[in-house]
Design a protein around this ligand. Structure first.
Ligand SMILES: [Fe+2]
Length: 448
């Protein structure tokens, strides 16, 4: 592992990037500050774009990559995928391993010094699951044994897009019963999918079965982590339903735990010290929206788009690229008409932190990484199983969402709004001024 003497790396602008498979990302850090971090898809407008975009490339002193291409190619040969001879979009000076970058993205942004890190994803080079003590690897499980690959294979089997629609599988699970034991599939090579596995099974039951297996395996892995502080990373850390089943741990999940977030991990490994983590508003910058105008629009039409300041680094819209709606109304159909999404996908609420316990019972945080039980009757932000993936909006939240919610509470007495990502169906989240125009033209929804 290459850790630079701090005095050297402190002076440098370090650019980390991840690309090649899906959801490419770029992060720029300097002197412990994260200056910029973004997803390639927001610039190329290709969902989960696997290659970084020229507009993401910033001037830097050193460039680092998030995985070891040679090792990955050896594994690709082993798994029958063939050697991939391809240059990266930009040359790099150093590379770290895939799971090491995941672990570092968690560790160097976390509030913990003494902790375990549990990384679970589909596959990088060879590791598919790894447990770390700080940033020292303790144990790992290797391909083909992979929880993430199996979850993606089931996602494909039920007619959804692997490496993209896993969150829909998770949502669908609440509509099914976990009647199939899928553990026999865990050690198989699931790269090429499951074919016509259990042809007569209901999709909802397959989704519930893979979710059940994932939760069971996750909890056994957590048992192998002795420390009170636990960091979850890798794409599977986005499984907020499973995360919520972990008890008696202090948990940190960097808001972008998947591969795009590993651009930050690689950069922080080179830096070699904790970063000054503030929040995930790290991408393309727009002017700040006017909260009063947004609330006025919400009161008038029930729905309003917000595109304000820097874009979120991570898959969740946390108020800077959000479509907000009045959760008091029967507004689901209207928002669904705009989003054109499956009924399996619940809508989430953003709530002023001070009132959260009145409305929800269970784990929740400011990055929507857990689900909790609704104690209210607002169906538009409640999933079929009675849960919600809540965004807690703290008093020190820099996003305009804080002021919008305060104004909304003053006007309505409700501290909560429906919050979903601002994107055209099948497209990445809105990023820049042109995307805002296109969104408004397409849906006749005001974006402020
Ligand atoms: Fe990964």
């Amino acid at each position: 592992m290459i850790l630079q003497p701090l005095s050297m790396s402190m002076m440098m602008k370090i650019l980390g990037f991840s690309e090649g498979y899906h959801d490419a990302g770029v992060t720029l850090i300097e002197n412990g500050e994260i200056l910029y971090a973004s997803h390639a898809e927001r610039y190329s407008k290709k969902k989960n774009d696997r290659l970084i975009h020229p507009h993401q490339i910033k001037e830097s002193d050193v460039v680092v990559f998030y995985e070891k291409s040679f090792l990955k190619n050896i594994r690709r040969l082993y798994s029958g995928q063939g050697w991939k001879r391809r240059k990266t979009t930009i040359p790099y000076d150093y590379a770290y391993s895939h799971h090491q970058s995941h672990a570092a993205a968690g560790y160097f942004t976390s509030p913990f010094d003494d902790c375990n890190i549990l990384v679970i994803d589909a596959i990088g080079e060879w590791d598919t699951i790894s447990i770390w003590d700080g940033i020292q690897k303790v144990i790992s499980w290797k391909y083909p044994y992979s929880l993430g690959l199996l979850y993606s294979a089931v996602t494909h089997r039920i007619g959804l897009k692997p490496n993209e629609d896993e969150y829909i599988t998770m949502g669908m699970a609440a509509y099914g019963e976990p009647i199939y034991d899928l553990s026999e599939l865990l050690s198989r090579n699931n790269h090429k999918g499951l074919g016509n596995y259990k042809p007569n099974a209901r999709e909802e039951d397959l989704a519930a079965s893979v979710q059940f297996l994932y939760e069971k395996e996750l909890l056994s892995l957590v048992e192998l982590c002795p420390k009170d502080n636990l960091i979850l990373m890798g794409g599977c850390a986005l499984n907020c339903v499973a995360n919520s089943k972990i008890k008696n741990k202090n948990i940190w999940i960097m808001p972008n735990p998947g591969d795009a977030g590993s651009s930050l991990g690689a950069a922080s490994l080179y830096y070699g010290e904790k970063l000054n983590w503030v929040d995930p508003y790290l991408g393309y910058e727009l002017p700040r929206s006017n909260p009063k105008k947004i609330v006025k629009e919400l009161l008038k039409s029930g729905v309003c788009g917000v595109a304000s300041e820097r874009a979120e680094f991570g898959p969740r819209a946390l108020g800077n690229r959000s479509l907000l709606a009045d959760c008091r109304l029967d507004i689901k159909d209207k928002v669904n008409e705009i989003k054109r999404r499956q009924k399996y996908r619940p809508f989430a609420p953003a709530i002023l932190e001070e009132y959260a316990d009145e409305y929800f019972d269970g784990p929740m945080n400011e990055y929507m990484q857990f689900v909790s039980y609704a104690k209210h009757d607002y169906d538009s932000v409640t999933h079929v199983d009675g849960t919600s993936r809540v965004q807690l909006v703290k008093p020190n939240c820099k996003s305009v969402i804080r002021e919008i919610l305060e104004e909304w509470y003053n006007k309505t007495g409700v501290p909560m709004l429906l919050n979903t990502s601002l994107n055209i169906k099948g497209m990445p989240m809105v990023n820049d001024e042109m995307d805002v125009k296109n969104f408004m033209k397409r849906y006749e929804v005001n974006v402020l």
